[in-house]
Design a protein. Structure first.
Length: 65
């Protein structure tokens, strides 16, 4: 498999799962050990994941009756 064609996955998660993952990512960002212990790209990806989960939570809150 070529590096530019990585697999993409779909996962079904409840809003409770999203909230828990959001919290876990927040804690990972808070206690991130920094480079060179961890690659700096990892922290940037964690910010992306945090923001994506935040959007999911806000979307859920907006669309619930």
């Amino acid at each position: 498999m070529s590096p530019e064609k990585e697999p993409d996955y779909t996962v079904n998660l409840s809003i409770e799962d999203i909230r828990l993952l959001h919290h876990c990512v927040e804690q990972g960002i808070k206690y991130w050990p920094g480079a060179p212990a961890r690659p700096y790209q990892e922290q940037e990806h964690m910010w992306y994941l945090r923001d994506s989960m935040c959007r999911m939570i806000l979307d859920y809150q907006f669309n619930q009756p």
